[in-house]
Design a protein around this ligand. Sequence first.
Ligand code: C2E
Ligand code: MG
Ligand code: MG
Length: 582
Amino acid sequence: MSNLPRPIVGRNKNLERTMNRLSSGQRAPLFGYVILILLYIAGNFATTTVVRMNGQINIGEYHMTYAQFAGVFSSITNICVIMLVVYYKRLGFITSLGLLAMQFPMLIINLFVQHNPNTVPGLFTNVFTIIAIFTLRINDIRTEKIRKHMAEQAVTDRLTGLPNRFACAEVLSELVKQGERFTLVSIDINNFKGINDTMGFDIGNKLLIEIGSRWKNIADSSVTGAPDFIARLNGDEFALVIRGYKTPDDIDRALEKYEAVLGERIFIDSYDLYVSASFGYAEFPTDADNIDNLFTYASAAMTEVKREHSSDHVMRFSSDLIKTEHTLMIEHKLRTALENDTIFFNLQPQFDMQHKLRGFEALARMKDEEGNIVSPGEFIPVAEKVGLVDKVDGTVFRKSAIFFGEILKSYGADITLSVNVSVRHLMKKDFVDEIRRVLEESGVSPKNLEIEITESIMIDSVDKALQVINEIEAMGIKIAIDDFGTGYSSLSYLNRFPADLLKIDKSFIDKMNSGDSPKQYVAAIIAIGHIMGFSVISEGVEEEAQIATLKEIGCDYIQGFVWGRPLPADQAEELVRQSVQA
Ligand code: C2E
Ligand code: MG
Ligand code: MG
């Protein structure tokens, strides 16, 4: 595709077309125009013919000469002329005027040379029709002007005089239709609210006008070889369309110009104002192939620029940014859930190979404001990223421990509560204190508690982690290594780790029965675990056939949908009751 811009079809023409569409009503079809002219000619011909005809027509008791019908045909011609003006505006007016003017010489000759008195009414009619079509035309011009002005207003931003959001959308849809490559830039003035609040709306408005006019000048100066299109969307939000560039560097260079004019002194009402703006952009069709996404992506990039507070004010959209938006949404839900205390727990049972209850793993659950459950696979990684995971862990730990303490007391069962702890949480300096407090509050004995840690801990900061883990271990609490096999821990690390339980990740169990090799792999993990003195539990067991294999290769425990899904507290309690009775 050639990068050379075509003659500006996308920009002003498009805007003009939009305005025209708004300013003029529906145009009448051309064939109507032709029919009116034909009717006019026929009417004229009939008029002159009947005038010359002798004889008369008898209708009932009335006797009429042919000449008397001239009036009828002549009014048809006049109606045609007026309809031409009404429906075909300027074209109709010129045509009508031409037609009427052509009649004048005939009428004059008839009257003054041939002294035909029958011509007098025709002459009068002709003059009055001309006056009528002039009046119509003048009226039309006036209403057209008003309509055009209203249409311009509809596509123009009142404050800055730049095209508005509507005009921008029209231009974009035209460019998309043409399939031409272009870039949409979303621009937002930094700290504009601050300026408005401290200096007043009046100065804020003048600032927007000044910035708009500076940017318009650059847009018209065709930095990239084609004029840019700048619009004000609302408030301090602008949109810029750049076309006709050859390389991504050209976009950067163009944007530098837009940034640079903000750096020049802005003097308003005896104040020197300093402003900057954030620029986010997305390219059609590379980043997005429709207008909605283009707007969303450009503005996501702009929002990210703002969020980062970096000195670089320009960013191109990348797919990571959508994740950021998603993350922000989950983060919001998470904070709300923590505030409203809607984080709760489910308990998934763990069994030995004889189907005897070993205990439960507490799994975090979260309800958002609409009452929908958000999966931990979604909110735990976000909680980790934004530093909230210790709050989530802590909530699940405390709530499940208190519940578990009651159960142990009521049923006298000797089962284990397993809780997940993230690296971040474990590294908190009061983590051990927190455990002590919860044990005290819930009355759970340390030997009935297990802390699940993922392998990644061993890679991140082994020594600090080991120190804490050793301390927990010394309290009599069990340690489980979660999702074993998914990380890349070495045997030597495992050896230093005072773990009690190895949890084989579901992905290995899923494949286990698909061949001898995956089965031997799981068997090897179990063997290594045993050699190191750990018990081994398989996660995500879904089928009876998997249980059979796991029994055969010496697995110690099972956790999976086959024998028990994560349960709400009351159902878990019922399971404990049954297990104690058995
Ligand atoms: P995990 O600790 O490995 O927990 C096991 C996950 O496997 C749970 O998913 C459980 O519902 C699921 N699962 C168990 N058996 C089966 C099965 O047979 N089939 C299938 N398809 N899935 C099974 P869940 O509850 O969605 O939790 C996902 C992960 O979120 C957990 O993996 C854990 O890493 C994390 N998580 C959950 N609760 C907490 C928490 O309180 N704190 C922290 N830090 N992480 C948590
Ligand atoms: Mg776990
Ligand atoms: Mg796991």
